[in-house]
Write a protein that binds this ligand. Sequence first.
Ligand code: IMP
Length: 430
Amino acid sequence: MPASIVVGTQWGDEGKGKATDYLADRMDLVVRYQGGNNAGHTILAEGRTLKLQLIPSGILYPHITSVIADGVVVDPRVLLEEMDGLEAIGIDPSRLVVSGNCHMIMPYHLEVEKVTERFLGKNALGTTKRGIGPAYGDKAARIGLRIQDLFDEKILREKLDIVLKEKNLLLTRVYGRLPLAAGTIVDDYLRYAERLRSHVADTSKLIHEALREGRSVLLEGAQGTMLDLDKGTYPFVTSSNPVTGYALASAGIGPREVDRVIGITKAYVTRVGAGPFPTEDHGPDGERLGERGKEFGTVTGRKRRCGWFDAVILRYAARLNGLSELFVTKLDVLSGFRTLKVCTAYRADGETFDDFPPHQSLFHRAEPVYEELEGWDEDLTQARSFGDLPAAARVYLDRISELAGVPISVVSVGPDREQSLARDAAGATG
Ligand code: IMP
């Protein structure tokens, strides 16, 4: 059975959790492949709300094995808190499997990020301050500590001593902070180790065997294509690779195992943190999108910047990820606008760009070229099929699909499961 990938096509917060939830019935393994507790989704279970940042939402389904693959950076304290939170609402976290190759977020990563973001002043990236960048930095510098290090106390102490010497010099001499004590960190992490031991496994082997046995595997990315370290709006990006190419590296499978690549695209665009955003609307329309769409970050609670649909970045995401289909979320939020703007190209320095511009300065200066489509007044939240959507909404979807060159397979009009409308087999939107 081939694997599927779910990937965000914008700057994150596209509603990937919704898509995973929609596909969950048909999945046996759900694998998170990058990022850390900078991502987040809210789940509703047993009448209670729970925010998950690390554990894939597949954990809600007893038939699904949830996997955290090598490319994720894990803060073990946060992971254990999430497991406790699940238990508290009656969800058994024992089907969670974590790769021993995952790098860990350590207390000094949080400290270092705090001071370096402050140091950047007005050039700060507006990170989620969860230690993500410093942890991936240490991974690349080959001084990271991995989950597997937890199970050899001697190694753990040795590696920590080496790295902490340098981190403490940085914290005390450069940033004037207090040093961190190795003993406290080791005590805490050894305690985490005991609780995590039964969850740690060779996840690449597990995924490979599942595929061989004909089971369905869903690889779930965090953040979105435009936050990709290589392909996004660098330096205003995260420190990992949400693009689908990395899903394979992290899961440890080859490209021939994947046959479905689902690009999650919100019906408008949002962004949290600093960085260019050509279709951002600073006026009442942007406000209205934010209010109707409840656009506040799951992790930091920050207000998201809102703007119009950008087909240039969607085309770029389609190319980078090899999208086979689109899952459009939050279409209901667009009800009540007289007209809807769709960005089809950018203008910068007297030139028109149909594609993502090749230099970051051009993207910073990019002015959107808009096409206006008719809006609709109808409330879409009660729609249960494409045929229930007003004609203007179907035209809007068709135009998005045409501009991206990718068919739409599902559209969602609200948070509940039955508010995901599958396009019929004939491919008609109405
Ligand atoms: P970091 O991932 O915490 O290093 O933050 C880097 C940038 O990515 C910041 O602009 C964050 O706001 C953004 N970011 C990280 N995770 C998410 C996410 O899940 N959704 C949206 N933006 C995110």
